[in-house]
Ligand binder design. Structure first.
Ligand SMILES: [Zn+2]
Length: 93
């Protein structure tokens, strides 16, 4: 997956990596209990760390990426972009 559009909002200079990993560890506990998918959470961490813009419109509740629109929405599951946004918001960035 590539992100082509510049997006200053996700500049890594604003990212508190320690807080991000604290949020990620909360997510890992949720994954162990079956609330979220562990592999998708790991991909979300990569998205949250990346200093790259997103081609999709993502909120903490919805995303317009193909994975969410064509697959995960029917299952009531969040995509990696939504999980990444939640990780960023929990870590203050
Ligand atoms: Zn998405």
């Amino acid at each position: 997956m590539t992100y082509d559009i510049a997006d200053e909002e996700y500049s890594s200079s604003r990212l508190d990596h320690s807080a991000l990993f604290t949020a990620y560890n909360v997510g890992r506990r949720m994954a162990r209990q079956g609330f979220i998918d562990a592999a998708r959470l790991n991909r979300a961490l990569g998205v949250a760390q990346a200093n790259e813009a997103r081609p999709y419109t993502t909120t903490t509740l919805e995303c317009d990426c193909p994975d969410r629109v064509f697959r995960l929405r029917q299952q009531g599951l969040a995509c990696k972009h939504t999980l990444a946004l939640i990780l960023r918001e929990l870590s203050g960035g």
